[in-house]
Design a protein around this ligand. Structure first.
Ligand code: BGC
Length: 755
């Protein structure tokens, strides 16, 4: 592990060529070194749910040639845990394994918003909601960085699809960017200070993210005060000079000196100042120092403990979608026959494909774990039912049906085979494979106690088949210990407490991005604007398969005594939300208490409700606990295009607290005070904008009333009729009878004030 360097001295000693050479990688996973000045090379590697450290002994570059590492549940699973402490613990373990293998920066977490269920990489992302993505992303970063390893929050920004990912322009209006697609990044950057941010492949509004001064400098550094390093996604840089000028610090992987040569030439030709290169080099040298060997050194990694943590994490992340007549949990000591059906029970799918693929230290499957945990009277049979290649195989199907017929309960393991979702391409359907649905159908004909266990990264359609299952456990791609976790959940040794971080739509075409995904001719229009996921389904009151935030437990929870208090006003407003939650059922369990806010009096369109806070609480049977949240101005604000800033408007806000976006148990209204912001007015502003202006309104009204031979200023009907006319046109149309002296004076004064 490297030691610290003196940034100023080293910078002064480096030649321009050496400096430029540091701004792109050496090989696939290392930064360049400059031995002459003592600048070491450091290792960056994937990420995000396990350390995929390239095996130095492997002969060639391959995503599979990596050292064994704990494969934790993927982000689709971890996001469904809604558990910040858990994400921090997983981050600590990832950091420890990174340290142990000499990794300075772990490339993760991925916090892009799940805009469409079709995105092939949704398994690597946390949620459709920026608060869930931001809070959990920050927790993971804190965990990783507590070990001295840097995290790399990716992919900044608006990388919400894989189709044409290196060229597509995500065309997103500024308000939507701010409120949805940048919000999680903003939270992680300001709350957890990740050592690096990874600039995405795609363009944002026509400009490559890795060469985008607005994203990399104006917003990230200017507004969010980010002082870490920006690294490109692997191969995202088209023009290294533009990239460095825009605020990128490190291009990955190596370009074998080509980028450095272009930078040197650009400095010599005066196209970029050397100071700009120095700025990027300083950030790289600072990163080297920030990831230097910690004192005292970290402990050895305990892989058995990490495997146990991966099992806990998988159990905390699984979502019990339905559980009719409490068919789950199964009693491991019952005198009963259980037919375990589905190849996934024996050959689990526990992670996604692409750069995040980890070589696990071991893999547990559910079949073995169930067999081990079953008491002496419980008899388990296993039938694969289908092959993962999807071939039609009638013999496998009929064996499974025969086993189901003879059993009291059929546990059917279904999911998406590996090729169905991956980095690099998107899905074109959210359906389970046909062969699996046929199997389920046939099993349900002969057994009425069917329990489906799902393994998938992106959500799958359930509406067409869920009547065949009395219970559905969504296990996600749950890491190397997922098999054990599923057995724990099915036998009630663990109580399901995951909640959906992404809506399960009834039909793919209900999704708000559907007509605009994945775009065409190099552009994808984010036409649904803010109305992503539940923000759309709830605004339109559209039926869904399972709503955002949903998840059942083996116990039940009661909500009571909601109280809200408001202190302060405007930017200083603090809205306290307090309530009690009680475990009203028979076993210990965890509830995810969710706080949704709606702005009743907004002057712009706003979603009916948006998640603003959540907390996971553990309760013994009969136990109650107070739960408190504190909301601030920002939680109540929208991003105004006119004012180019976050704006809090005075008025009533609905506060809904509950167990999903469709299961609000308690609601209250809180009234907030905030100064009203005057819209800036110009000659081009409409009459209604002038009238709403505190200074301009009275002046205009006076001028209208005094205009000769006109009743505009005195007749409210005429005033309403012309309210959308720009002032300049009204003046012209009035035959210049409106005296504009006072109006001009006001506009002059405003120009002086704003300059
Ligand atoms: C992915 C990144 C990853 C990088 C390095 C890229 O293709 O988009 O998420 O970190 O490769 O493997």
């Amino acid at each position: 592990m490297h030691t610290k360097i003196d940034v100023e001295d080293v910078l002064a000693a480096l030649t321009l060529e050496e400096k430029a050479s540091l701004l792109s990688g050496r090989g696939a996973w290392e930064t360049a070194d400059v031995e002459r000045c003592g600048v070491p090379s450091i290792v960056l590697t994937d990420g995000p749910h396990g350390v995929r450290m390239h095996d130095p002994k492997a002969e060639s570059f391959s995503l599979d040639a990596s050292l064994p590492a704990t494969c934790f549940p993927t982000a689709a699973a971890l996001g469904s845990s809604w558990d910040v402490n858990l994400l921090t613990r997983v981050g600590e373990a990832l950091g420890a394994e990174s340290r142990a293998t000499g990794v300075a920066v772990l490339l993760g977490p991925g916090i892009n918003i799940k805009r469409s269920p079709l995105c092939g990489r949704n398994f690597e992302y946390l949620s459709e909601d920026p608060v869930v993505s931001g809070r959990l992303g920050a927790a993971l970063v804190r965990g990783v960085q507590s070990t001295g390893v840097g995290a790399s929050v990716k992919h900044y920004a608006a990388n919400n699809q894989e189709t044409n990912r290196m060229r597509i322009s995500a065309d997103v209006d500024v308000r939507t960017l701010r409120e949805i697609y940048l919000a999680a990044f903003e939270h992680v950057v300001t709350a957890a200070k990740p050592l690096t941010i990874m600039a995405a492949y795609n363009k944002v509004n026509g400009v490559h993210a890795a060469q985008n001064p607005w994203l990399l400098t104006e917003v990230l550094r200017g507004e969010w005060a980010y002082d870490g390093l920006v690294v490109s996604d692997w191969g995202a840089v088209k023009d290294p000079v533009e990239a460095v000028a825009a605020g990128l610090d490190l291009e990955m992987p190596s370009t074998n000196g080509a980028s450095a040569a272009r930078l040197v030439e650009a400095v010599r030709a005066g196209r970029i100042e050397e100071a700009v290169v120095d700025r990027a080099v300083t950030r790289l040298l600072t990163l080297i120092n920030r990831t230097a060997a910690p004192q005292p050194p970290v402990q050895d990694v305990n892989l058995a403990e990490h495997h146990a943590l991966a099992r806990t994490a998988a159990a905390e992340s699984a979502v019990l979608l339905k559980n009719e007549d409490a068919v789950l949990p199964l009693d491991p000591d019952a005198r009963a026959e259980v037919a375990v059906i589905g190849e996934f029970a024996r050959t689990p799918r526990f992670q996604g494909a692409g750069s995040s693929k980890v070589r696990p230290t071991r893999v547990d499957n559910a079949l073995d774990a169930l067999t081990q945990a079953a008491g002496e009277h419980l008899r388990l049979s296993f039938s694969p039912g289908f092959t993962l290649s999807g071939d039609k195989n009638d013999a496998l199907l009929s064996d499974a049906v025969a086993a189901a017929e003879a059993a009291d309960v059929a546990l059917v393991f279904l999911g998406l085979p590996e090729g169905f979702e991956s980095e690099g391409y998107d899905r074109d359907s959210i359906d389970l494979p046909e062969v699996q649905l046929r199997l389920l159908d046939a099993v349900a004909q002969v057994n009425r106690n069917v329990v489906v266990v799902l393994a998938n990264g992106g959500v799958v359609e359930v509406a067409s088949w869920q009547h065949h299952a009395r219970a559905i456990l969504e296990g996600w791609l749950n890491g190397q210990a997922g098999g054990g976790a599923v057995a724990d959940l099915l036998f009630g040794r663990a109580n399901p407490c995951g909640r959906l971080a992404e809506t399960v739509p009834l039909r793919l075409r209900d999704n708000p991005s559907h007509l605009n995904f994945p775009g065409s001719e190099g552009h994808v229009a984010y036409g649904e604007r803010l109305y992503v996921g539940y923000r759309y389904y709830d605004a339109q009151d559209i039926a869904v398969g399972y709503p955002f935030g949903h998840g059942l437990s083996y116990t039940t929870f009661g909500y009571s005594d909601l109280r809200t208090t408001v202190d302060g006003e405007g930017e200083d407003v603090v809205l306290q939300v307090r309530l009690n939650v009680t475990n009203t059922g028979p076993v210990a369990g965890k509830e995810v208490v969710q706080v949704y806010v709606g702005d009743v009096d907004a002057s712009v369109d706003r979603p009916v409700r948006e998640l603003k806070a959540f907390a996971k609480v553990a309760l013994q049977p009969g136990e109650s606990t107070p739960v408190e949240f504190e909301l601030h101005a920002r939680d109540l604000s929208f991003f105004s295009i006119t004012h180019d800033r976050w704006v809090l408007e005075a008025g009533d806000f609905t506060i809904g607290v509950g167990a999903s976006s469709r299961d609000l148990r308690l609601t209250a209204t809180a009234t907030v005070d905030a100064p009203s912001l005057a819209l800036p007015v110009t000659w081009d502003s409409a009459i209604w904008e002038w009238l709403a202006h505190p200074d301009g309104g009275p002046i205009l009204l006076r001028a209208l009333r005094e205009a000769e031979g006109s009743s505009v200023g005195t007749d409210p009907t005429i005033l309403a009729m012309i309210e959308s006319l720009p002032l300049s046109q009204l003046v012209t149309m009035s035959g210049n009878r409106i005296d504009t002296t006072e109006l001009s004076r006001l506009l002059d004064e405003m120009t002086v004030e704003s300059s």
